[in-house]
Design a protein around this ligand. Structure first.
Ligand code: ATP
Ligand code: MG
Length: 294
């Protein structure tokens, strides 16, 4: 099983005609359920491979990697992030969860809060929700836009297209500055979400995850799917592709996500820095100093 082959069918990068229903949330690429055991081993091996690549990314210190996670509630963002990143050095990685904006954040342009959280060179930054909420939750609930106090003249019918253009340009800009971007839409079905909500309601250890607001959002399912489709169409580019990841089976979601992250890091052609002749001489001197210590 080659992960780089597996991820190809979920990678959206030139997407004018992209339709969300091209990808089935229950898809497992024909891998049968007996494969689950093997999937576990493959995930484990991939976690190790990712750790090695991250070490190089950190040492190389030129590129950074921004991973954006978007999904409907209970699609498994948190658990995917937890599992997939479980092997990496916490020093080289930062996760940020974006919630409803504070009043300070609302007093700035919508990108402001994200810009301050972008990963430094050599690091991996994970956005658990992101600036995409602007063209998702805010688009589905336009009253949220009022809170931003935009000059009225700027709020036209084209605002969502304009914001998608801005997102695409912003990501181009980041790409040209050495931030590689990979975006994941964990695509769960409405039925599977219902099942997971029941699990949260019925299992005391999962009660804390339940939020009545999630049920309310579920009523806007079709609007969200439309918003996702539009956002993906407008912002999937070769430099900052979307991965629409089937999310009804968690074991499969994790494989696709980790495969895509490894693929991105490999694209960077990372290597450990090599020392110049003078620096190598300094190492020799240091060694001699240690040798001659009394
Ligand atoms: P979990 O439920 O797994 O803990 P979560 O990401 O759903 O994680 P919540 O605190 O439940 O976290 O929800 C965060 C809420 O903030 C989401 O409903 C999201 O749509 C909302 N949100 C995020 N960004 C924005 C934004 N820019 N404008 C308005 N709402 C936003
Ligand atoms: Mg939530």
């Amino acid at each position: 099983m080659k992960l780089d082959k597996l991820i190809k069918r979920y990678r959206i990068q030139n997407s004018k005609g992209f339709k969300l229903d091209e990808i089935n949330p229950g898809d497992t690429a024909g891998l049968e359920s007996e494969f689950r055991e093997e999937a576990k081993n493959l995930l484990q091996r991939s976690i190790t491979e990712l750790a090695e690549l991250q070490d190089k990314l950190y040492a190389h210190n030129e590129w950074s990697l921004l991973l954006v996670f978007q999904a409907m509630d209970a699609a498994g963002k948190d658990s995917t992030i937890k599992q997939v990143m479980s092997g990496i050095n916490p020093q080289g990685c930062e996760v940020h969860s974006f919630k409803a904006p504070t009043s300070e954040e609302l007093d700035h342009d919508f990108m402001w809060r994200s810009m301050r959280r972008l990963p430094e060179r050599g690091r991996i930054g994970i956005f658990n929700r992101s600036y995409y909420e602007e063209v998702l939750v805010v688009r589905v609930h336009p009253t949220l836009l009022d809170k931003q106090q935009l000059p009225t003249k700027l709020v036209t019918r084209r605002i969502w297209d304009e914001r998608c253009d801005d997102l695409r340009h912003f990501e181009d800009y980041l790409g040209r500055n050495g931030t590689m971007i990979r975006k994941f839409f964990l695509h769960v079905s409405k039925d599977e979400q219902k099942r997971r909500f029941y699990e949260r309601l019925n299992n005391p250890e999962k009660n804390w995850k339940f939020s009545a607001a999630d049920i309310a959002e579920r009523q806007h399912w079709d609007d969200y799917m439309h918003a996702y489709e539009q956002a993906i169409r407008a912002t999937a580019t070769p430099q900052a592709p979307w991965f629409v990841v089937p999310a009804d089976n968690k074991w499969f979601t994790r494989l696709v996500v980790i495969g895509a992250i490894i693929d991105a890091l490999k694209d960077m052609k990372l290597s450990y820095p090599t020392l110049a002749a003078t620096e190598r001489e300094a190492l020799t001197t240091a060694r001699q100093q240690l040798d001659t210590e009394t």
